[in-house]
Design a protein around this ligand. Structure first.
Ligand code: AMP
Length: 111
């Protein structure tokens, strides 16, 4: 399978679909999930074109992987979740319920 640049998160990253980013750095962006499944539900996307976590860990540079990982923690910190606790979820592949084929971490909190 190859990365499909027509997916909705690719369009958001290219700013073809307007979305309010709550975080952005060289490696990642974050925004609120449009259909929150917890009181806090944020999505963190790497800027690189990776379909899922396996694709990124297989094909990305260590710098990109570290940058993405740091961005997840930065978003958690920005939202005061370090002390409160938070869940990180990656749906990997359609069999796991992944709907959008651009890697994203779900940050869920406030249960
Ligand atoms: P997944 O099932 O892991 O691929 O998760 C995709 C998530 O993206 C779902 O929780 C959706 O609610 C969310 N989502 C889809 N489109 C948008 C959008 N335009 N803005 C924000 N969140 C979105």
């Amino acid at each position: 399978m190859t990365y499909n640049p027509d997916n909705i998160f690719a369009k958001i990253l290219r700013k073809e679909i307007k979305t309010d980013f709550i975080y952005e750095d060289d490696y990642a962006v974050a925004f609120k999930d449009i259909h929150p499944k917890a009181p806090v539900h944020l999505l963190v996307l790497p800027k690189g074109s990776y379909m899922d976590y396996t694709d990124m860990l297989t094909n990305a540079s260590e710098e990109e992987i570290l940058g993405f990982s740091n961005a997840i923690v930065a978003v958690a910190r920005q939202n005061n979740l370090i002390e409160k606790g938070y869940r990180i979820v990656f749906n990997v592949g359609s069999g796991a319920g992944q709907e959008v084929p651009h890697l994203h971490a779900h940050i869920l909190a406030g249960f």
